[in-house]
Design a protein around this ligand. Structure first.
Ligand code: KIV
Length: 278
């Protein structure tokens, strides 16, 4: 059964944690869905982990739409959230609404936007009023990397934690159904989670959040530019891919691939004709 925004919001009063992961392609989405994941985010992290850009600010709406439709086709039950990329919603509310509508048309159930300004509150309100559920995102917001500079961990003191809490409350009031809290001290994100009705989904924000999200490539070890402290690696895809490729290369070079079972055969008569051909 489809995990709707309303169903996922009910987890919090029931003390049930939300398990979320990113995905960017049909089969990963299909398998995560089969495993029972609650929410799949088509993250703009695709910029780094799929397209090899050096920042999430490089990915475009057109690129994100391709990943979104593939994930939506592969997903039956999980809530599919499309990450709206850098500057695809910051020019005007109208631009944000039109771009969000493209993601919904490609199969997303909701969109995610970063930030906690007055403008963001207005946009969240207009999206929600238009029937597009919004997952908000505060704490470290990678699309603001160039203005944030190197201070990745957010909410390291009382004042900044209260600032994040107030912005989160405004996003909740504007209609956001949940919020991602990224890179925060665990006590700060727990404090914020306890003060909100909407669920918080943490990444690098400790266990006090109402759910957790990770980038799938970190989980399965298919990204080696850096390894975030908070990302638990459950598998080493890099080693597995290199190992399989090495074995394949050796088999091709030795003539061990393909074997008879892996080949199509001519009928005996056709073979005889070929053999008799001068
Ligand atoms: O793009 C992304 O992967 C994210 C994280 C919060 C998972 O925004």
């Amino acid at each position: 059964m489809k995990k709707t925004v309303k169903k996922i919001q009910k987890y919090k009063p029931e003390n049930k944690k939300i398990a979320a992961l990113t995905a960017y392609d049909f089969y990963t989405a299909k398998y995560l869905d089969m495993a029972g994941i609650d929410l799949i985010l088509v993250g703009d992290s695709a910029a780094n982990v799929v397209l090899g850009y050096d920042s999430t600010t490089r990915i475009t709406v057109d690129e994100m739409l391709i990943f979104t439709s593939a994930v939506a086709r592969g997903t039956k039950e999980a809530l599919v959230v499309a990450d709206m990329p850098f500057m695809s919603y910051n020019v005007s509310v109208e631009q944000g609404l039109l771009n969000a509508a493209k993601f919904i048309a490609r199969g997303a159930d909701a969109v995610k936007i970063e930030g906690g300004s007055e403008y963001t509150f207005e946009l969240v309100k207009r999206l929600t009023q238009s029937g597009i559920p919004v997952l908000a995102h505060l704490g470290f917001t990678p699309q603001y990397i160039n203005t944030i500079g190197g201070n990745y961990i957010q909410g390291k003191d009382f004042d900044t934690t209260i600032q994040i809490l107030n912005a989160a409350k405004n996003l909740e009031k504007a209609g956001a159904f949940a919020i991602v809290l990224e890179l925060m001290p665990k006590e700060a994100s727990k404090f914020i989670s306890e003060k909100l009705n909407m669920p918080t989904i943490g990444i690098g924000a400790g266990s006090g959040c109402d759910g957790q999200i990770l980038v799938i490539n970190d989980l399965i070890g298919k990204f080696d530019e850096f390894s975030p402290k908070f990302a638990r690696k459950y598998f080493d895809s890099k080693a597995m891919i290199i190992d399989c490729a090495k074995k394949y290369i050796t088999d091709v070079q030795n003539g061990n691939f393909p074997n008879d079972e892996e080949s199509f055969k001519l009928d005996d008569e056709e073979l005889k004709n070929l053999e008799n051909y001068k």
